[in-house]
Design a protein around this ligand. Structure first.
Ligand SMILES: *[C@@H]1O[C@H](CO)[C@@H](O)[C@H](O)[C@H]1NC(C)=O
Ligand SMILES: *[C@@H]1O[C@H](CO)[C@@H](O)[C@H](O)[C@H]1NC(C)=O
Ligand SMILES: *[C@@H]1O[C@H](CO)[C@@H](O)[C@H](O)[C@H]1NC(C)=O
Ligand SMILES: *[C@@H]1O[C@H](CO)[C@@H](O)[C@H](O)[C@H]1NC(C)=O
Length: 739
């Protein structure tokens, strides 16, 4: 045979496989022609005809980079797909073996990503990926039956210069062969995912051959032990959700770092129970550290101080709860973001941290998240905590039990852009300039789900409102009363910055407006301005009303108290329905229901709550905080009284003058009639002026032993006596006088 040429070409046999063969061109021309014809015919047949996405198994999307997903247990092979497909996923099919030609149908287009997840793969041929010259990502997940050695051998057919991502997750692998990645063809891989296997130990020398490796994820294994080795290219390591008992040592010989370029380290959800001074050494470039859900009850001094590049620290739900924080725990001049969300740390307990120092050693913080912790109720502690944080841009105080907005805290944060105060118990505030003044960068203010009822001209400084891009006041118990006029008018012009408006802005007060949208409350000038042209008529009507009221009140006095009577009727009704009063402390949700007048709120929140709840662990029911938004006050009083063991009545001159509070006294008296005098503990805050002393109040004070609050020398004794009376069991209830 006289050869005069050799041509390398591909032949496709029976539409299934391409073979690179050498076609010998010889003198026997008929053979050559036949050969070429075969080749031409096959190519024409297979590559130029447009291919449809295989129904019903595959879904192909031309947009978003040509993704195809094929699934279905009756699919047994890898079909041809439309030319535009670049990325293909096979999931829940019955593909078992990928032989030498198994992927041939994918060689007709530029496949970049292949993902096998949850099929029944047993083996992959060592040459399976040959000719997939564009492949950059290979994921083989949830394939527990796949032979790991076969997979390893198939790496030899991967395109070395292209392939940069390998993922083998959820495969139940117990360990990795030492030489798993010891193949020239995977030496350029950048991202390696080995999540959710069953590794208990990992030796990092396995990855040493991948000299460009940037990222390894070993999350969701059962790793309790690692052996590290120097990987200079590594910048991200995820070892979250494992069983590590401590932070691995990142220092090699002579204190050289194993991972000198590590930027992000994720150690969340491990069994780590301690960080010491040496825990985070030898990580010179580390800027982001995740330690969420680790069991650290106490944060010690300088634990993060050895990380010179640390910028972001995630301590979400650390400790659960976090008990104490040493004064230099956050010593880090590079730290910019600190997430302490969900730690339930008591910033309201002075012995657990040092308010002056806690953030003094991280003055460059820009983003602080304190969601789900306990902020202090006294203003001076609040001010101390935040004083060093002049560079804050974002502050989350969501759900931190704030009842009163502190003055001179946010005003010092000239760079603050976002402030979240949602889900607290804030109801109203005075002097908005001392709370929200000088905040020249504010764009976003969130006061959602508090107890705010009226917004008026004095609620926010004008320049703040004009600067805000978004304001969230949704889910507050608004009052549809004339005081709301200003806000209604403001919304007309600026409503677009309100979030969730109008649907989440509802009135609960007055009762006849309960549940209507603030938008639908349309006060007119006539309704809200008493000095309209018909004022004479108004006065006349006023006189009539006054007369009516006078007659009414005389009538009411004669018959006892009508309101009280109505309340008793309701109680009687409840009894008829099977409500039986309970007498033991454990039967109640609250230790005591506190009846007080708004003017005494400060004493109640600062002194009483602090003493009884924070120090003594009692649970009090306070209407500012506990009342259910949306229910009317009478219903709330009724419900919460039922759930409270005892009733504390805070008596002051303001209280004596307030008709509302008097009504509450009447309601409470009913309880005394049923359960005896121990159920009520009146506290006299100040000497009551005789001109304010009403008959109901006198009755209460005469029939029930009361305590007198004294500031200064007598305070200690006062609290002691108060606690004793609160803990005293109820005597036998007197037989009912009423039923
Ligand atoms: C290639 O695809 C065709 C049609 O989609 C199919 O008949 C053939 O079996 C496939 N080849 C392989 C090796 O899976
Ligand atoms: C804070 O950390 C720096 C740097 O690690 C250290 O030099 C300094 O002594 C620490 N400050 C305190 C108060 O411990
Ligand atoms: C606002 O800033 C000015 C000047 O910086 C200062 O004099 C004033 O006291 C600040 N006001 C408040 C409420 O902090
Ligand atoms: C605004 O409302 C607050 C509390 O609701 C009130 O104390 C204040 O007097 C009101 N200001 C004006 C100008 O109506």
């Amino acid at each position: 045979m006289n050869l005069f040429g050799i041509v390398k070409t591909r032949i496709i046999f029976d539409g299934s496989c391409i073979y690179d063969i050498l076609v010998m061109i010889s003198q026997r021309e008929c053979v050559i022609i036949l050969c070429l014809l075969v080749i031409k015919f096959e190519f024409a047949n297979l590559s130029s005809a447009p291919v449809e996405c295989l129904k019903p198994f595959c879904q192909c999307q031309k947009k978003s980079n040509g993704k195809a997903v094929c699934s279905g247990r009756s699919l047994h092979y890898i079909p041809r797909l439309p030319k535009y497909v670049r990325s293909v996923t096979f999931t829940n099919t019955s593909i078992r073996f990928i032989d030498k030609c198994g992927l041939v149908n994918l060689t007709f287009h530029q496949i970049e990503k292949i993902n096998f997840t949850g099929n029944v793969l047993r083996s992959i041929d060592k040459d399976a990926f040959l000719n997939l010259t564009f492949l950059d990502s290979l994921i083989v997940s949830s394939e527990p039956q796949l032979n790991i050695t076969a997979l390893k051998l198939s790496f030899q057919s991967l395109p070395r210069l292209k392939i940069f991502e390998l993922g083998f997750n959820f495969n139940f692998w117990k360990s990795l062969p030492r030489d798993m990645f010891n193949n020239y063809h995977v030496s350029n891989v950048r991202h390696l995912f080995l999540q959710a296997n069953s590794f208990t130990y990992v030796n990092f020398t396995t990855f040493k051959t991948m000299t460009s490796l940037r990222e390894i994820s070993l999350a969701n294994n059962s790793i309790s032990n690692v052996s590290l080795t120097r990987l200079t290219s590594l910048s991200k390591l995820d070892m979250s959700s494992n069983l590590l008992p401590s932070v691995p040592t990142f220092c090699g010989r002579n204190d050289n770092s194993y991972f000198p370029n590590l930027n992000t380290l994720i150690l969340s959800r491990n069994n780590i129970g301690f960080f010491g001074l040496k825990s985070f050494r030898c990580l010179p470039r580390l800027s982001t550290l995740y330690l969420d859900y680790t069991n650290i009850g106490r944060l010690q001094d300088n634990v993060f101080a050895s990380l010179p590049s640390l910028r972001t620290l995630h301590l979400h739900s650390i400790g659960k709860p976090l008990i104490s924080i040493s004064q230099n725990a956050f010593n880090s001049s590079s730290l910019e973001t600190l997430i302490l969300q969900g730690s339930f740390f008591h910033f309201d307990k002075k012995d657990r941290y040092n308010a002056n120092r806690i953030f003094a050693s991280c003055p460059n913080l820009q983003h602080l998240d304190l969601t789900d912790n306990y902020m202090p109720s006294d203003e001076s502690t609040f001010q101390m905590i935040f004083r060093p944080l002049k560079k804050l841009q974002k502050l989350f105080l969501t759900s931190t039990k704030i009842l009163n907005l502190p003055t001179n805290v946010f005003t010092n944060m000239k760079l603050l852009q976002k402030l979240h105060l949602n889900d607290n118990g804030i109801n109203s505030w005075n002097n908005s300039y001392r709370i929200f003044g000088n905040m020249t960068s504010m764009k976003y203010l969130n006061l959602r789900n508090n107890y705010i009822s009226v917004i008026n001209e004095t609620s926010f400084p004008g320049e703040l409102l004009s600067r805000l891009k978004t304001l969230n006041l949704a889910r507050n118990p608004f009052s549809c009363i004339c005081d709301q006029m200003w806000f209604k008018n403001w919304i007309q012009n600026n409503g677009s910055i309100l979030i969730e408006y109008p649907n989440e802005y509802k009135c609960i007060h007055p009762n006849n407006m309960n549940g209507i949208l603030l938008r639908d409350y349309k006060p007119t000038d006539k309704m809200c301005n008493p000095w309209n042209p018909l004022y004479t008529m108004a006065i006349a009507m006023g006189i009539v009303v006054l007369l009516f009221l006078t007659v009414g009140s005389i009538a009411a006095k004669c018959q006892g108290n009508i309101k009280n009577y109505i309340y008793l009727l309701r109680v009687y009704h409840n009894r008829k329905q099977g409500y039986i009063p309970l007498d033991s402390e454990e039967d109640y949700e609250y230790h005591a229901f506190v009846v007080y007048c708004d003017n005494d709120r400060k004493w109640v929140h600062n002194d009483l709550l602090n003493k009884l709840e924070n120090e003594e662990g009692l649970q009090l029911c306070i209407h500012h905080r506990n009342f259910i938004v949306g229910d009317s006050i009478t219903v709330n009083v009724d419900n919460f009284l039922k759930r409270s063991w005892k009733v504390l009545v805070i008596v002051s001159n303001n209280f004596a003058q307030s008709e509302w509070c008097q009504w509450e006294v009447d309601v409470v008296q009913e309880r005394r009639r049923r359960q005896g005098k121990e159920v009520i503990v009146p506290i006299i805050l100040e000497t009551i002026d005789s001109k304010h002393m009403t008959s109901q109040l006198r009755t209460l004070l005469d029939r029930t032993p009361s305590l007198r609050y004294r500031s200064g020398v007598g305070t200690e004794l006062f609290w002691k006596v108060l606690l004793q009376s609160l803990r005293k069991p109820l005597g036998h209830p007197p037989t009912s006088l009423l039923y």
